[in-house]
Design a protein around this ligand. Structure first.
Ligand code: ADP
Ligand code: MG
Length: 286
């Protein structure tokens, strides 16, 4: 394409709220055959809410909220909002520690207390009953966090985040172009699959630690040209590794910097619009 055609292409994108960093990015979009999506905040709204508390509700919620007070994770915000709604006071904790992709822990009454997924259990145990409840809730597309102290899980909190209204349409548009769609998330397999089914995503790669997201992209690149769409700080390495990194405009500054394309309107359908734009600019000339 001529420099003029490139300027026309990126200019047209900008008018539609699709910021494309340069002509090279626009050209690369034309080669993409696989689109990988982060889940929370990208496919889903990213404002999860507490739906179920299993165990002694007040005790479970107050322990979890005390621990989550130091975290800015969307799951933490959901738990804190519920605690506020129930007017629970948050006593402070010692040795607060956020464990990436797992949860948070701290010392309470000289014992380790924790809230997070089962990778955070260590030597703590969970009853068969709670384990069963956890699996049931996960089948309902709810993210379940375990709340524990003194080497025992004392309860569960189920948290639900719903897909954005436009996610299913966006996925359908990409699939009708013959592209493969994949979800890449740190969340549990069952939950990720339930949400993938709701929006029609082809494949799920779940329970991936934040540090491993870029490695997974790299693996996929052996056989495909990959676009990655994400919004979080965690997503930055995957955004730069992908052939085309697409950041949501509502995402963190770090994600936006890492992206070659920014979707100002946070509308996933704009991934398909960017593809159409690239095809128009480059498609016929090759
Ligand atoms: P995603 O890829 O969906 O953005 P993350 O990598 O941020 O997910 O988190 C993965 C998983 O780690 C969560 O589903 C949850 O089980 C656990 N987790 C992370 N941070 C927290 C927290 N502050 N409180 C509870 N659980 C957490
Ligand atoms: Mg996210």
């Amino acid at each position: 394409a001529t420099p003029t055609a490139l300027m026309v292409g990126t200019g047209r994108g900008a008018k539609m709220g699709i910021l494309i960093k340069n002509g090279e990015v626009l050209e690369k979009v034309n080669d993409v055959d696989t689109v990988v999506f982060d889940k929370t905040g990208t496919i889903t709204v990213g404002k999860p809410e507490v739906t179920d508390i299993v165990g002694d509700e007040k005790q479970v919620l107050s322990l979890a909220a005390r621990l989550e007070a130091g975290s800015e994770h969307p799951l933490a915000l959901a738990i804190l909002a519920e605690a506020k709604k129930q007017q629970i006071d948050l006593a402070s904790v010692k040795d607060f520690q956020a464990v990436s992709g797992k949860g948070v822990q701290a010392t309470i009454d000289n014992q380790r207390a924790f809230v997070g997924n089962n990778r955070l259990l260590d030597d703590a145990s969970i009853t068969d009953e709670l384990n069963l409840r956890m699996k049931q809730l996960q089948k309902e597309a709810k993210t379940v966090v375990l709340v524990g102290q003194q080497k025992q899980v004392i309860g569960l909190i189920a948290i639900q985040d719903t897909p954005k209204e436009t996610s299913a349409k966006a996925i359908a548009a990409l699939k009708s172009r013959g592209l493969k769609t994949i979800m890449l998330t740190g969340d549990n397999k069952q939950v990720a699959q339930a949400i993938a089914d709701e929006v029609g995503i082809d494949e799920v790669i779940a329970e991936v630690l934040p540090a491993e997201k870029a490695d997974k992209i790299h693996e996929l690149q052996k056989n495909s040209t990959v676009a990655f769409v994400g919004d979080g700080i965690n997503d930055a390495p995957a955004l730069t590794t992908a052939d085309v990194g697409v950041a949501m405009g509502s995402g963190t500054d770090i994600a936006i910097d890492a992206g070659g394309i920014v979707l100002v309107k946070n509308d996933l359908r704009d991934v398909d619009t960017a593809l159409a734009l690239s095809k128009k600019t480059f498609g016929r000339i090759k």
